[in-house]
Design a protein around this ligand. Structure first.
Ligand SMILES: Cc1cc2nc3c(=O)[nH]c(=O)nc-3n(C[C@H](O)[C@H](O)[C@H](O)COP(=O)(O)O)c2cc1C
Length: 322
């Protein structure tokens, strides 16, 4: 396995998002806006028994992305696990496929995931989490990173988690500045990202409430983090990294609508190339469109029209008439 080069200072990440950042979506992002330095798969659950077939592991990164070295090097392969899952076996299987980068999800707040003792649930018991992290580190020769929240119900052990991840050989840590309890409410607590930077020897990637290009520099400056990760803001402005690199800061409604149409033309073509059913195409298009009209004048009725579309042609006709 080729060693990945270090993540440069100031890198901008398109965040993992379940139901959104599948192969076709990532492909369009990398094609239209290559200024995103890194992208991520959403999480793949480690099986609680047995092994996934190779095809399933490959589909998670995307068959068309697999073996394109520059794409693989730009893509975090995220896994979600618990203490009872078959983590070491899956990590070995992923490694055997030559996938160079695994990220462990320590942040998912969903009730179902926490009921199964995965995601943010793991943050509650550092000694047990240490064993899990150690096992993955011992097994995986590629880049191993973690994405965490600042705590489960409170932030009392946050810095201990950061120290432990450092000590156990995790190579980079993304910090979403909210506890599990906060879900997505309240402003993200960037001051905790700054605290993590102070105690961490490995790069900290800041995440939470980056809504416009100017927030990127603000987070880098205010927290001292090494790079930033954008989720919902990147659904609203998928071209945010491009604007950022080009020093462009004014997304008026007119421009957003033109760029949104440009994005969806490419996305539809890409989904169609991927042999998706019409139902799947409609579902994906709706999911991705959900945040793109945020803040646009009269965006709400347009969003409703898009989400109520019954067929793919209806969705795309509605889009073109905006
Ligand atoms: C629809 C959606 C799906 C998400 N799925 C994942 C996921 O699969 N893995 C993960 O680590 N975080 C996931 N997240 C969390 C985001 O990556 C990010 O940490 C969070 O939204 C905060 O960043 P933001 O304020 O820029 O949105 C998801 C968030 C959203 C909105």
């Amino acid at each position: 396995m080729n060693k990945l080069s270090p993540v440069p200072y100031g890198s901008v990440f398109f965040a993992p998002m379940e139901g959104i950042t599948e192969e076709s979506f990532r492909k369009v992002i990398l094609k239209l806006y290559p200024e995103w330095d890194y992208v991520a798969t959403d999480f793949l659950r480690v099986p609680s028994a047995g092994r996934y077939p190779v095809k399933h592991l490959l589909q998670h990164i995307g068959l068309s992305h697999y073996e394109i070295p520059w794409v693989m090097a730009k893509t975090m392969y995220q896994i979600l696990t618990s203490h009872t899952a078959f983590t070491t076996q899956m990590v070995l299987d992923v490694q055997d496929l030559g996938i160079p980068w695994i990220d462990i999800n320590l942040g998912c707040p969903s009730t179902q995931v926490c009921k199964n003792k995965g995601g943010s649930f793991l943050l509650q018991d550092i000694p047990r989490l240490t064993g899990l992290i150690r096992d993955i580190r011992k097994t995986f020769r590629g880049r191993f990173t973690a994405k965490t929240r600042i705590g489960y119900t409170d932030t009392s052990n946050f810095l201990d988690v950061i120290r432990m991840l450092n000590d156990e050989g995790v190579e980079m840590i993304t910090v979403h500045g909210r506890t599990k309890e906060m879900m997505y409410r309240e402003p993200a607590r960037w001051e905790f990202i700054a605290e993590a930077v102070k105690v961490s020897r490995v790069p900290i990637i800041g995440n939470g409430d980056i809504w416009q290009t100017s927030d990127i520099d603000r987070m880098l400056k205010e927290t001292g983090c090494h790079g930033v990760m954008v989720a919902r803001g990147a659904l609203k402005l998928p071209w945010m990294a491009q604007d950022y690199r080009q020093g462009f800061h004014h997304n008026d409604d007119q421009r957003r609508i033109v760029k949104m149409k440009e994005f969806f033309r490419e996305y539809r073509e890409e989904l169609e190339r991927g042999n998706i059913s019409m139902r799947g195409l409609l579902k994906q298009s709706k999911s991705v469109s959900r945040n793109m009209l945020d803040g646009i004048e009269n965006g709400e009725p347009i969003r409703r029209k898009l989400l109520l579309s019954q067929t793919v042609p209806e969705f795309y006709d509605n889009l073109e008439t905006i």
